[in-house]
Design a protein around this ligand. Structure first.
Ligand code: SF4
Length: 391
């Protein structure tokens, strides 16, 4: 299959049409169709997003009614940063290469394994392995080697879901990865994560830069990463937006939906991440989108793609988690610090982390709240003590 591509001018024209339709008050009729399960396309989704006469509470109610009956069925995984070093220059990120305020740390292989043991003891069965992205050369090779070793360790420890979030890889780098995790590599247990952050090439360049030696600045290379991942053997993909980079949410929704459809057509399982911009070390504080806009995007994607899983993290407050849990597929909890976990908690130092986490309660407390409310959570087997006494 041809790699995913975007025509940003055509998308912008479709967003304009959606704006026009919303101003002509097509939203309520579309919401009725949406509630009745009639097929609606991506242009309808963008129109609903922009329709101020369709309350967000109505969209959430439609999304709730569309979920399987009974209590929410969630998955979880926790992030494990192996390093906060990075050659990227993304303006919104604490890990960017030129941020002298960040204390740089890379965990040893032994320390990474110890972190996996801690997370496993604490009941986690899903883990996302994260690093920065690196220029071609020894550091890039070394960090790929480290991540491959960590993935292999996680699979050996029987983690049921291992997510790889280390930037976009080349064909030969995928070969290195699969060579390193084989024969444990069970495609059903592995997910490749690369959030485009924004599908607008102009906004992308504004934040991610245009230095050719910095692979992260290459918009198209990142856009095509899941196609290389699929060709290499990944069966699961996790695209995402960083909400707040581009104010034009309808454009982003149209582009993300097209990307999700492409990945589903490739027979991939799809996770959709929607993190909001948060405070980061040394970066000018930028506010992400409003609670209301986040809830609208989540509700629309939840209904449009019932076979995909929307991911919300503890970047969100406990109140937002409670609002969204009935319509999402994954709630992730943990720290963006490097090797931050202890047997009872985690470190959350902004001066060593990619960004600020809003909800710093322990993983056990966060997940126990939803278990107590009746949810089931795949990827978490709470230790008896932590479930009985989460505090
Ligand atoms: S967003 Fe990713 S690539 Fe960019 S500076 Fe941060 S860690 Fe590096």
């Amino acid at each position: 299959m041809k790699a995913f591509s975007l025509d940003s001018e055509a998308l912008a024209a479709r967003r304009e049409r959606a704006r026009q339709r919303a101003s002509e008050r097509e939203g309520p009729r579309l919401a009725s169709d949406f509630a009745a399960g009639k097929p609606i396309d991506d242009d309808d989704l963008a129109t609903l997003l922009l329709s101020q006469d369709v309350p967000t509470a109505d969209l959430l109610a439609i999304a709730r009614a569309n979920r399987p009956p009974g209590a929410p069925k969630l998955q979880t995984f926790s992030p494990l940063y192996i390093s906060n070093e990075c050659d990227g220059e993304c303006l919104m990120c604490g890990m960017r290469r030129v941020n002298s305020e960040l204390e740089r740390v890379t965990a040893s292989e032994a320390a990474t394994d110890e972190q996996l043991d801690i997370l496993y003891r604490r009941g986690l069965r899903g883990v996302a392995l994260l690093t920065g992205e690196y220029r071609y050369g020894p550091m890039r090779d070394e960090m790929l080697k480290r991540t491959t070793a960590a993935a292999r360790s996680a699979l050996e420890r029987n983690f049921s879901h291992v997510l790889i979030n280390i930037g976009s890889l080349e064909v030969e780098e995928y070969d290195v990865f699969f060579g390193g995790v084989s024969p444990l590599a069970d495609a059903a247990r592995l997910t490749m994560c690369t959030f485009q952050e924004t599908y607008d090439p102009v906004v992308y360049e504004r934040f991610m830069g245009s230095v050719r030696e910095n692979p992260r600045s290459d918009f198209v290379r990142r856009l095509e990463n899941f196609d290389r991942a699929a060709d290499a053997g990944f069966r699961s993909a996790n695209p995402g937006l960083l909400l707040g980079l581009n104010r034009d949410l309808a454009y982003e929704l149209l582009a993300l939906s097209a990307h999700v459809r492409h990945l589903l057509a490739r027979d991939m399982l799809v996770y959709i991440s929607l993190p909001r911009l948060r405070k980061a070390s040394g970066a000018a504080y930028r506010v992400g989108v409003s609670d209301d806009d986040l809830a609208r995007v989540v509700a629309l994607l939840s209904v449009a793609f019932p076979q995909a899983k929307v991911v919300i993290s503890t970047r969100e407050t406990p109140e937002m988690q409670r609002l969204l849990v009935p319509v999402i597929g994954v709630l992730t909890a943990g720290s963006p610090g490097v090797a931050p976990y202890t047997d009872a908690g985690a470190r959350f130092e902004l001066e060593k982390s990619q960004f600020e986490v809003t909800d710093q309660r322990s993983i056990e407390v966060i997940l126990a709240e939803h278990l107590a409310a009746g949810a089931t959570i795949d990827g978490y087997e709470p230790a008896a003590a932590s479930f009985a006494n989460p505090a």
